[in-house]
Design a protein around this ligand. Structure first.
Ligand SMILES: [Zn+2]
Length: 437
């Protein structure tokens, strides 16, 4: 604190609570006219906070201890592993900088310490992470989602197998961007064999192994205790409602259908149906957003899956930060006994789920497509529900699950590469100031 009291008055004297950048008065600066520098943000200190004035009306206030905790110098943040090294719990709550300077590169903060320490925070980063207040236009942009109904059949998002497999990953980026925007994307021209389909799946990420195996290749022979392995019709559902963490994506490819008919694939945008429900029946939407639903997978004697906690999760889950819908979880066939709700809550939930079902099965929502060999489809299992009509004959289907985190990670890296400042194909060195760190 000795150090602080020595520096503090100079930087934050009673009559100079607002600091403007002053060019260092070097001899060189005196000889030639001062270079024209863009206006730097204004700084002011009040209490334990540093305020940054972006313009006359917009100020961001940061706690000094928050800035210390977010120092990204190589001593405080590992430049390679991108992990925090600073000991958060050694930063005194009442810490105040010994000096703050606005520089063209960013906010320069000097900290009082036995070992003097300087932190430099880029301005663009400070605007992006500003929390008091949030500056919405400076936040990382959220890619738009396109909600769809049955009319998507005129131009469903599709890429070619060649694009998906191309070495430069541009096609992969297009593929995953489509999945992110629409929740589905077809891949045309896939060789009609399990090996090529498995390789295609692995372009996205690790295949997620489950009780159904790793890469599945199955027919309607009830090889596994699930209705997927029958010829029965399946109503629109998401998979793995009985998992704590349902798979993120699934890819499937109908390799052959012989000696029979039927078996159309049904796809429904759960986010679209939810948007209708929210608009037309907000109370039902609220009930489906808060009522947990238990589920199970018990068709295999060797397995008994239930989510944790066993009460399950609501049909509609939201981002606790933004309130945005993030996940649809619905499989009426896998629902367990509803004995966890009071009588009135039960009535309310059954009314709400009936309205949901009506919207889900309306002609406006249902997209029916007859899949055939050489066309695979990727479905976001947290958003799009799938089903099929009954069929006769023999169908051979193959496919895989891919974890949501693997898919999101792959997409994030492709965004860095193709939407970042590097030229296409570059593997950019990730900055310690990158979004998301
Ligand atoms: Zn540091």
């Amino acid at each position: 604190m000795q150090v602080a009291s020595r520096f503090f008055p100079r930087a934050f004297g009673r009559h100079s609570s607002t600091l403007r950048r002053t060019l260092s008065a070097s001899a060189a600066a005196v000889k030639s006219p001062p270079p024209t520098t863009p206006d730097l943000p204004t700084l002011s200190m009040s209490g334990e906070k540093i305020a940054i004035g972006w313009d006359t009306r917009t100020w961001s206030r940061f706690h000094a201890w928050w800035l210390a905790d977010h120092c990204r110098c190589p001593q405080c943040f590992h430049p390679v592993t991108k992990q925090r090294l600073v000991n958060t719990f050694e930063i005194p709550l009442g810490i105040t900088p010994s000096k703050v300077d606005p520089t063209p590169e960013g906010l320069l903060v000097s900290w009082p310490s036995a070992k003097p320490h300087e932190s430099l925070y880029p301005w663009s980063w400070l605007r992006r992470v500003s929390y008091d207040p949030v500056i919405p236009e400076a936040r990382e942009p959220v890619p738009e989602k396109i909600l769809w109904g049955s009319k998507i059949l005129t131009s469903p998002p599709t890429i070619t197998y060649e694009e998906a497999m191309a070495q430069d990953d541009r096609g992969l980026y297009k593929w995953l961007s489509n999945v992110d925007r629409f929740g589905i994307c077809f891949v045309s021209g896939v060789p009609a064999n399990p090996e090529a389909t498995e390789e295609l799946s692995q372009r996205i990420g690790f295949i997620r192994e489950t009780q159904y195996g790793k890469f599945w290749d199955f027919t309607s022979d009830l090889a596994k205790g699930d209705t997927a392995y029958t010829t029965l019709a399946l109503a629109a559902h998401t998979d793995n409602t009985y998992f704590t963490d349902p798979c993120g994506l699934q890819l499937f490819h109908l390799l052959s259908h012989t000696e029979g008919t039927g078996g159309s694939t049904l796809l429904v945008d759960g986010f679209y149906v939810a948007s209708l429900l929210k608009e037309l029946h907000p109370e039902a939407y609220a009930i489906l957003s808060r009522t947990p639903v238990p589920a199970h997978a018990a068709g295999e004697p060797s397995a008994l899956y239930r989510p944790s906690p066993p009460g399950g999760y609501p049909v509609l889950s939201h981002d606790p930060v933004t309130g945005e819908l993030t996940q649809v979880r619905f499989n009426n066939d896998d629902r367990s006994v509803m004995s966890h709700l009071a009588s009135q809550q039960l009535e309310d939930w059954y009314s709400a789920i009936r309205i949901w079902h009506k919207l889900l099965t309306s002609a406006d929502s249902e997209y029916w497509v007859q899949l055939g060999p050489r066309t695979a489809v990727v479905v976001d299992n947290h958003r799009v529900l799938h089903g099929r009509s009954a069929f006769t004959g023999k169908r051979r289907m193959c496919g895989a699950y891919i974890g949501v985190d693997e898919y999101r990670s792959r997409l994030a890296v492709l965004r860095e590469r193709f939407d970042g400042k590097g030229s296409p194909g570059d593997h950019l060195e990730r900055s310690v100031w990158s979004p998301g760190l």
